[in-house]
Design a protein around this ligand. Sequence first.
Ligand code: ADP
Length: 471
Amino acid sequence: MKLRTEFSLLSGALVMVVITGVSIMLFISQRRMLFDEMRANQENIIKGFVRVAEESLIAKNEIVLVNYLKFIKRAEGVIQAMLQDMNDKIMGHTDLTLFGNIYRDDAGEGAKESDGFLIQRRADGEGNDIYEVSMPVFISERKEAIARISFSCEVLDGKVEENLKKTRNHILFIAVISLFIGLLGSLVMARMMIRPINQLSYAVEQIGKGKLEYRINVKQTDELGKLEDEFNSMAHKLNELDEMKRDFVSSVTHELRSPMTSIRMYIGLLFKGAGGPLSPKQEDCLNVIKKSTSRLARFIDDLLDVAKIESGKMTIRKENFDILPTVKETIKLMKPQADAKKIKLTVEAIDNLPQIQADPERVNQIITNLLSNAIKFTRENGKVKVKITEVADNLEVRVIDNGAGIPKESLGEIFEKFAQVKGLRDTIPGQKGTGLGLPIVKSIVEAHGGKITVESEIEKGSAFIVFLPKK
Ligand code: ADP
């Protein structure tokens, strides 16, 4: 799973848990608040009733009590309210006709014993669920009467439920909006966090590919921005070091070239007898020196080519020419090498090959390098063939051998500088290489607007396929 998806899912889930938790807590506290409010309201009404009852009893004035009972009756959910003396005789009632009657409800007996505010949820004599709120009336510290008010549970609970329903809808609405904003926020945050990480990983990939001049466009000022800055400084330093290394290699190879040329020239002169006649032993030694010097000279040339390619100074002088004679010429030059290993070296081309527009010298370099590899990695009595055909706008030049082949996992690396397939050289005896041939070939082909690919199977052989644009 991508980091961005992981982060979004995680923060989204967190937002969801927080919002659900907060919503549940809000709902519970709102419920408690509504019940507390109801209870406080009931307490206020009964306290008012008790105060009026006290006044009425002291002043022996029933009118005040009757009026207050009328007021209580209008309060929400009230079924009845009454004032009873301690012998259950009704001294005041919301139903005026019950004055003076005896009223006894066993379930409500607890009110008589209580010295303060009491609230009970119970069934009344007619089987209705009620909240009975009661409070004693004290005159000169003597319990003279009990004030009772019955509220309908159905009405009051219904009211609480109705309020809760509204609250629930509000909470749900706010929760959905918050969830949406929260998820959107976490997505934006994930994007903000992941963008520099992606940039960094892309930049690391570019540096890994050798594009040392690649830099990140730093936009953030936070820790991630600082990391990108540090990365840029590191890439800058690497680039500087790489330039220093290139300059060093380039100047060293240049310096090596002139003495190498005179060594080769003097070897030639010695062979021609300029230092007197050579004994067979001296000739053998001179041959070894000549071989090694040629290898060294090739390595120096390759290094100079790489330096030219890397500094963009490789020159390509394109002209229209026929590739077949160039290939045949190269094959002729490579023949002694092939003969030494009894390798059959052939060329095959379609009739009427079109001309290509390329640098003949560089094309020669491509063919020489590929043929030299093909001969090098093919066993004695093997076959190497150059096959030239026309494919769309290109000429396709295949250098095919039935040699050692290249393992699949190495196919992607062989075009990189100094890359050599491990263990391959041990299986086929022959000259050691430098690992610079294929990168040079690739650069030359690409500088011509062409392409090079490879097909290979271990122990069956390889085919290097070069596409060069036609005239
Ligand atoms: P080298 O100087 O080592 O030949 P190259 O860049 O020309 O350097 O080739 C890189 C590596 O690719 C070689 O060392 C070898 O492992 C592999 N290679 C190239 N051509 C062939 C081939 N025709 N058959 C098998 N392996 C090859």
